[in-house]
Design a protein. Structure first.
Length: 272
């Protein structure tokens, strides 16, 4: 539970790989890599034609978080493939009733994400179901009716504490929650402040080789120990990147440049 998720300091000095990758991941969360996935329309077409075997070992991504949340695929009652922008539904929900407790969106698609026999012959050769499962949004009024604060809960199936959590949190906050907040400000015509962020993981794990720099290539143990030192009372400014420092300015410039590069070059590094 993070009361002020966007308050500084947010970055650890010893985080593996530093801050590189955060800008790219934010762009991915915003949808810039949705073109890397196999089209749901193509999948539907192959199923109808009885040619699913032609794509079952396709190496393109099966989904992105952006696609599942901004263009969740479904078939209407006429059998036509359509999509739902769940983030827009959240905005609509809270616009109509700011006290709503049902403003949520999901990534899970039971037709595919179990990848089992219930879909008959339509089973992927290789498949990785989404780690992010659900986002729940709640508005609370500010004092004297001056606006609202937006709190968000995220629920994750399984996650790597070392390599995934920091970029996940940054990407979701900046590339998704901020979009919803800004739209709510416009629709409600009032201030909507960033609120608390709750991060729930059913399986939050570390791997043994992270503690062996010979296998990892980097010393993960030092980073993990530093986290516990902070909790144990070590001076915070000795462990994190503080605003107003040269390192902070370099970091923010790097993240912004990486973000802009990915937005302008969506196919760079795309798997063939």
């Amino acid at each position: 539970h993070i009361q002020e998720p966007c308050a500084e300091p947010r970055f650890h000095k010893h985080y593996l790989g530093g801050w590189m990758g955060f800008g790219d991941y934010r762009a991915e969360i915003e949808g810039v890599k949705d073109g890397w996935m196999i089209s749901p329309a193509l999948v539907a077409q192959k199923i109808k034609e009885g040619k699913f075997d032609e794509i079952k070992d396709d190496h393109r991504w099966n989904y992105t978080y952006s696609q599942r949340l901004r263009a969740y695929p479904y078939f209407d009652y006429n059998g036509q493939l359509r999509t739902i922008n769940q983030l827009q539904s959240v905005v609509n929900n809270l616009k109509n009733d700011p006290s709503s407790r049902s403003a949520q969106c999901i990534t899970w698609d039971p037709r595919w994400d179990h990848n089992d026999e219930q879909m008959g012959p339509f089973k992927w050769e290789s498949y990785h179901s989404p780690c992010l499962q659900r986002l729940w949004f709640r508005l609370f009024p500010l004092e004297k009716n001056t606006g609202y604060v937006l709190n968000v809960n995220t629920h994750w199936r399984s996650r790597d504490l070392l390599k995934a959590v920091p970029s996940n949190i940054y990407g979701i906050l900046e590339g998704m929650i901020e979009e919803v907040r800004l739209k709510l400000e416009k629709e409600l015509n009032t201030t909507v402040e960033r609120g608390a962020y709750v991060d729930i993981s059913d399986s939050l794990h570390l791997y043994g080789h992270y503690f062996d720099p010979r296998l990892q290539g980097l010393d993960a143990e030092a980073y993990l120990e530093d986290i516990f030192r902070i909790a144990g009372g070590e001076p915070l400014e000795n462990r994190v990147i503080m605003p107003g420092t040269e390192m902070y300015d370099i970091m923010m410039e790097d993240i912004e440049n990486e973000y802009k590069f990915r937005k302008n070059n969506p196919d760079f590094g795309r798997p063939q």
